[in-house]
Design a protein around this ligand. Structure first.
Ligand code: C2O
Ligand code: CU
Ligand code: CU
Length: 536
């Protein structure tokens, strides 16, 4: 759709940075937690140059890390690109991380999916200014699973999550525990962490992101940025050599807004053993699996039925969501688009763009995706290991905490034409909450997300994992519905247009501010994000 420019020009020319004025710096969030620490790390966010495509290296922002205390396997590089190192923790460890900001603007580090106190959660109200550091410490209490860390800055003029993550700031974090170890799932060389991110490059290999001006940029922000090619762990054309035995694939959708419809090129079933919050009670098998931004999925695949010389691809299948047309029509009928559109049409702004987009079939594409090849698994060796996947996995999943009198809190996802998306009619306003955003410590609630927009929104809640209770689709099933895994624990749930999704969550241990938001990064940056407050 256009409206993109090279990252370096966006930083250098201050297209974004100039408008982004950091919130007032809060008191240092150096958490009071006492040592000794089982793991002590130093994480640095900094600009760098990395070879991603053949030819010139690309300017990126990235995390690097150093282990001061902790087991040797605490940090492992992920590929040889910009991706932050894999941080491997064990449940029960006490962790301290010193974060150094060597970027030219404020940042934060958010521990996505982890149950941590509000002040170490990397929220926008606690920015780390350039050339300063912040230390955070917490106990690792979550289940074994794949989590991740990424920036979360948001100033009065909008968020920088999309920009900073796109520039390369993101990394995976794995927690291991005894319950998981007892299952003897594939590990070592047969446990692969795969981070999916789509990117657009200029001819000179510069990363390109949304620029500031015009209709193209605005439309791209509404839709969410989608890159022209998919990188896996920061590399194009990902390929892994495997042998004829089972593997565990741990996928993170680290893309700004693209949803993937994961499938195997040879049509074999996709076997899911875990979700955001760790292992499922039993494997789920699907023809395809839907992975929205920020979500993780744990797959088991056995190449035992292949021969050396063969290869199998993990792909994202083509899909159409196809509501754009109908919804637009509907909105026109109800006169919702009328005023704004009228103005733009008068000025000939919409007309030109729309015409052009329709011509190029882009409106349709806005709500769907072409087929993409993600990873090629090249079978290179025979192995006679014939492990089978246990049909009983996690024994420690919580039963539904919902009772007849569990309160229901409703969040209507809406749209303000040309001004982005809203939650209950509101947008991000800093660390203030409305009456309906205060929750009680130790209370279980049902949160109901109602999607009144024409786009799917992956809704994320900080500081906990929740259970999906119910999904009611008034708009009918889309190409992506069959691949939705609602079993297990989640921190991000995809809510389709004309759908109501109910989740059950309990606010344990920590009082204070947390966040909930859409994890389409351009949506959260444009204000589809709010604080909630846990009070005793
Ligand atoms: Cu992954 Cu509020 O974030
Ligand atoms: Cu989060
Ligand atoms: Cu959204």
């Amino acid at each position: 759709i256009g409206g993109v420019a090279a990252l370096s020009t966006l930083v250098g020319a201050g297209v974004w940075t100039g408008r982004y004025r950091p919130a007032l710096r809060a008191a240092s969030a150096s958490t009071a937690m006492e040592g000794p620490f089982d793991v002590d790390l130093r994480v640095r966010a900094r600009p760098d140059k990395v070879a991603i495509l053949p030819g010139a290296p690309s300017d990126v922002w990235r995390y690097t890390a150093e282990r001061i205390v902790g087991p040797e396997d605490t940090l492992t590089p992920v590929g040889e690109s910009y991706t932050g190192p894999l941080i491997r923790l064990r449940r029960g460890q006490r962790l301290r991380v010193r974060i150094d900001n060597d970027l030219p603007e404020d940042t934060t580090v958010h521990w996505h999916g982890l149950h941590v106190p509000p002040d170490v959660d990397g929220q926008p109200r606690l920015p780390i200014a350039p050339a300063t550091s912040m230390a955070v410490a917490f106990d690792v209490v979550d289940r074994a699973g794949l989590y991740w860390y990424h920036p979360h800055p948001h100033g009065p003029d909008g968020g920088r999550v999309g920009f900073q993550s796109y520039a390369g700031l993101a990394g995976p974090l794995i927690i291991n525990d005894d319950a998981e170890r007892a299952l003897e799932l594939p590990d070592g060389e047969r446990e692969l962490v795969l981070i999916l991110q789509d990117r657009t490059f200029s001819n000179g290999n510069e990363l390109q992101y949304i620029d500031d001006g015009g209709m193209g940029a605005m439309m791209t922000r509404m839709q969410g940025f989608r890159g022209e090619r998919v990188l896996v762990n920061g590399h194009p054309d990902a390929r892994r050599e495997v042998s004829t035995q089972p593997y565990r694939l741990r996928l993170l959708n680290g893309s700004n807004s693209r949803i993937y419809k994961l499938a195997w090129s040879d049509g074999r079933a996709v076997t899911v053993i875990g979700t955001d919050g760790g292992l499922l009670a039993k494997p789920e098998r699907r023809r395809s699996v839907t992975l929205a931004p920020a979500q993780r999925i744990d797959l088991w695949v056995d190449f035992g039925d292949t021969e050396p010389g063969e290869s199998v691809q993990l792909v994202s299948e083509e899909y159409q969501l196809g509501m754009m047309g109908e919804r637009m029509g509907d909105m026109m009928d109800r006169g919702m688009m009328g005023d704004r559109m009228g103005g733009m049409m008068d000025r000939g702004m919409m007309g030109d763009r729309m015409g052009e987009m329709m011509d190029r079939g882009m409106m349709r594409d806005m709500m769907g995706s072409e087929r993409l090849s993600l990873v090629t698994f090249a079978v290179v060796a025979r192995a006679n290991d014939a492990e089978t996947l246990p049909e009983r996995l996690a024994q420690d999943l919580p039963a539904s905490p919902v009772q007849a009198d569990t309160p229901v809190r409703r969040f209507e996802l809406g749209m303000r034409m040309m001004q982005g998306f809203t939650i209950n009619g509101r947008q991000m306003e800093g660390a203030t909450v409305a009456d309906d955003e205060i929750v009680r410590l130790a209370q279980t609630e049902i949160w109901e997300f109602v999607n009144n927009t024409m786009m799917p929104h992956p809704m994320h809640v900080h500081g906990l994992q929740f259970l999906v209770q119910e999904r009611i689709s008034a708009g009918g099933k889309t190409d992506l519905h069959d691949g939705i895994i609602d079993a297990g624990l989640h921190d991000t749930v995809l809510v389709f247009p004309e759908e109501r999704v109910r989740i059950a969550l309990t606010f344990k241990d920590f009082e204070g501010f947390y966040m909930y938001h859409c994890h389409t990064m351009e949506h959260e940056d444009a204000g589809m994000m709010r604080y909630f407050k846990v009070v005793a």
